[in-house]
Design a protein around this ligand. Structure first.
Ligand code: ADP
Ligand code: ADP
Length: 229
C-alpha cells in the first residue's frame, strides 16, 4: 500500500505559441514513512510536481492517489478536505500569518479541523518544544529569526498529523548552518511521527539523509543513481 501515488501525471503550460510539457506522464509512489528527496535544476518542474502531488493543483492528465484514494474525480471541496487531513505542506518562505503568534499559527489548522482551543494549544506547545522553540511560543513571525520562522512553519504543517509531508526547498532561504539545524529538526519530526515525505532540495547533504533520491528528466520521474546523488 502507498500513501501517495502519481500515475502517469501530465502538466502542460502554454508559453506563447508553444506548449511546454513540464510533466509528461510522471510516476511516483511513496510507502508509509518513506522519505524521498526530489533533486533537479530550477525549472525542471519540482514545484509543479509537489503542487499536483499535494492536491494544490489538478494535473492535465493522469491520477493522484492519496492513501489509496483517487483524487481526480473529487470535487474541489472534497480535495480540500483530503489535503487538510492527509497532507502537510512546507514552502521555501514560511507563509505564517503575521498578526498571530507562533503558537496561534500552529493552532490554526487544528481549530479549522474542529479541535477545541485547549486541545490545539496543547498539541501546538508539544510541537514547538519538539522543534526546540518552546520559548518563542508567544512571538509573532516578525519577531523570529528565519530559522525559527521555518521551524514554526514545519510544526504547523504537521499539526493535523498528515500522512505525507511535501516540502519545497524548505531550507533554501536560510544560511547553510541554520539550514542544517532546521533540517535536522524536520527530519527528526518526520521520522518520529512516521510521516512519508517528499522534499524538493538543491542541498545534496539533505538529499543524502533521505531514503531515496529522485530527479525529473524530460517530464519523467527518474531514480537517481549513486554518481548523480
Ligand atoms: P522548479 O520548481 O523545478 O523550478 P517549476 O515547477 O516551478 O520548476 O516550473 C517548471 C517549468 O514550468 C518552468 O519552465 C516554469 O517557467 C514553467 N511554469 C511553472 N508554472 C507555470 C505557469 N503557471 N504558467 C506557465 N509556465 C509555468
Ligand atoms: P521555485 O523554483 O522556488 O519553485 P518558481 O519561480 O519556479 O519558484 O515558481 C514560483 C511560482 O511561480 C510557482 O507557483 C510557479 O507555478 C509560478 N511560475 C513559475 N514560472 C512561471 C511562468 N513562466 N509563468 C507563470 N507562472 C510561473
Amino acid at each position: 500500500a502507498y500513501v501517495l501515488q502519481l500515475d502517469n501525471v501530465e502538466r502542460h503550460y502554454q508559453q506563447g505559441e508553444n506548449i511546454l510539457s513540464v510533466l509528461g506522464g510522471a510516476n511516483l509512489a511513496l510507502r508509509p514513512g518513506e522519505t524521498v528527496a526530489l533533486v533537479a535544476p530550477s525549472g525542471a518542474g519540482k514545484s509543479t510536481l509537489l503542487h499536483i502531488a499535494g492536491l494544490l493543483e489538478r494535473p492535465d492528465g493522469g491520477e493522484v492517489y492519496v492513501n489509496g484514494r483517487a483524487s481526480g474525480s473529487l470535487s474541489d471541496e472534497q480535495r480540500t478536505a483530503m489535503r487538510r487531513s492527509d497532507i502537510g505542506f512546507v514552502y521555501q518562505f514560511h507563509h505564517l500569518l503575521p498578526e498571530f503568534t507562533a503558537l496561534e499559527n500552529i493552532m490554526m489548522p487544528q481549530m479549522i479541523a474542529g479541535l477545541s482551543h485547549e486541545e490545539a494549544a496543547v498539541r501546538a506547545r508539544q510541537l514547538l518544544d519538539y522543534m526546540r522553540i518552546g520559548a518563542r511560543a508567544d512571538h509573532r513571525p516578525s519577531e523570529l529569526s528565519g530559522g525559527e520562522q521555518q521551524r514554526v512553519a514545519i510544526a504547523r504543517s504537521v499539526a493535523n498529523a498528515p500522512l505525507v509531508l511535501m516540502a519545497d526547498e524548505p531550507t533554501g532561504n536560510l544560511d547553510p548552518a541554520t539550514a542544517g539545524y532546521v533540517f535536522e529538526a524536520l527530519e527528526a519530526l518526520v521520522r518520529q511521527s512516521g510521516l512519508a515525505a517528499l522534499i524538493a532540495t538543491h542541498n545534496h547533504e539533505i538529499a543524502s539523509l533521505m531514503d531515496r533520491r529522485i530527479t525529473l528528466q524530460d517530464g519523467q520521474v527518474v531514480e537517481m543513481v549513486a554518481e548523480q546523488a
